[in-house]
Design a protein around this ligand. Structure first.
Ligand SMILES: [Mg+2]
Length: 420
């Protein structure tokens, strides 16, 4: 079996006005869909970032892979590493670890690796989890990923979402109730770093009262100083499953852990092997949030899991805005990693558009299930893909920029980190 063609399609899908430390989500989130067709007529699927820093290198390298076996992942990596040149993003977005440093090869290879492995599995008539070593769980738990949000986008290119404005304790608890009623999530993550830290801490307390048995996490995306992080830690110490990236830097996180003893999690200070090594030396974090999209693929993330096991570090999973191909790649991977013992993050409940046949993947009892269908178990809905590609061409966005979007709502808003 050889790779006969590779189709790389940028898409844009509707995304609610979710707040974070860097500003607010724009009306459209960008992704890239990869379809690798074999000379035997099978198609493997992948999904990754849609920013130019990922899209352009993918377009640059794709035709050089034609003729390779989709099983030859070393061959794919060698060509990606030799042909991809980094493309500077317009604005490095520090809530997205993929924009940190040069992750071009890891990002591009990962997108192609998932599609190649989907193809391998289809060729073998086996589900992807089987190819990844077998499932230690068939249902993968995800957390309810709560955000503060505006009621509508600034220029409202489509009708407002049904979640409404969420800027107070009452609104946040209502958001949590709605999301948990719809999907059955058994743990909760609050995206913080957007409002005053005391407001956010009170919101977390309100969630604790409303959901006393749900494990809770808070993630201010390094928007709090060490001093603020220590102060809030005292308020929330008994309420947190883990404390995610409150303060910047490996040294800052190490000092925070030393001062509070709280388990710290990250997708910001440990995003590659060098940072992993330094974190172990400093005892900066106790839980790493893995993400195959920038760690270099499914197998690289399994290697990260073994490293975490070796050094006694916990493992959870990070998410950016994504659709179903990414969700199933995350789920097949998570199904095969024994020490992935925390519920994974996903933005999926916030998304309404899809590119796969059958529409949105169900989340039941807070879990996504893997089945016995070959590969990822997904087929592209070509009409939906064409529609979301047309949306990409029309919306004009080419790189994510939450900061500029925030200034449409609040013209005097200036990004400052850590802000609080
Ligand atoms: Mg995070």
């Amino acid at each position: 079996m050889k790779i006969a063609s590779i189709k790389v399609t940028p898409i844009a899908f509707r995304d609610p006005p979710l707040l974070n430390a860097s500003g607010v989500h724009e009306p459209f989130a960008l992704r890239t869909i990869i379809e690798i067709e074999s000379d035997t007529g099978l198609v493997g699927l992948g999904e990754t970032y849609g920013d130019r820093s990922t899209l352009l290198p993918l377009l640059q390298v794709k035709d050089a892979l034609i003729g390779l076996s989709p099983f030859d992942l070393n061959g794919v990596l060698e060509r990606v590493a030799s042909l991809c040149s980094p493309v500077a993003a317009r604005a490095a977005l520090d809530v997205s670890p993929a924009s940190k440093g040069d992750k071009t090869v890891a990002k591009v290879f990962s997108a192609l690796e998932v599609a190649c492995m989907d193809l391998q599995a289809r060729h073998l008539n086996a589900p992807l989890w089987e190819l990844l070593g077998g499932a230690v769980r068939r249902e993968v738990p995800f957390s309810a990923y709560l955000f503060f949000k505006f009621g509508r986008h600034f220029d409202a290119p489509y009708p407002p979402d049904t979640w409404g404005e969420v800027l107070t304790e009452q609104q946040l608890v209502a958001e949590a109730r709605k999301m948990i009623a719809a999907y059955g999530f058994g743990s909760i993550k609050l995206k913080a770093g957007a409002l005053d830290p005391d407001v956010e801490a009170n919101c977390l307390k309100a969630l604790k009262r409303a959901f006393p048995t749900h494990p809770l996490r808070i993630d201010p995306n390094a928007n709090w100083t060490l001093e603020t992080s220590i102060r809030v830690a005292k308020l929330l110490a008994d309420d947190l499953e883990y404390y995610e990236d409150p303060t910047p830097g490996l040294e800052g996180m190490a000092a925070l852990h030393k001062a509070t003893g709280l388990p710290l999690a990250t997708n910001m200070v440990v995003t590659d092997w060098d940072e992993f090594r330094r974190s172990v030396a400093l005892d900066s974090v106790q839980i790493v949030l893995a993400d195959h999209h920038y760690w270099g693929g499914l197998r690289a993330t399994q290697a990260l899991a073994r490293m975490c096991e070796t050094f006694g570090i916990g493992l959870s999973m990070h998410s950016n805005s994504h659709l179903g191909i990414s969700l199933m790649a995350m789920t097949h991977l998570a199904a095969t990693v024994p020490n992935l013992t925390y519920a994974c993050d996903t933005h999926y409940p916030w998304q309404e558009d899809e590119v796969i046949r059958g529409g949105k993947i169900p989340i039941r009892n807070g879990c996504v299930a893997v089945g016995d269908v070959p590969g990822l178990g997904l087929e592209i809905d070509q009409a939906a893909l064409a529609r979301l590609h047309a949306q990409y061409l029309e919306c004009g966005a080419r790189d994510r920029d939450d900061e500029a979007e925030m200034r449409k709502h609040r013209p005097d808003w200036v990004k400052r980190k850590p802000r609080f």
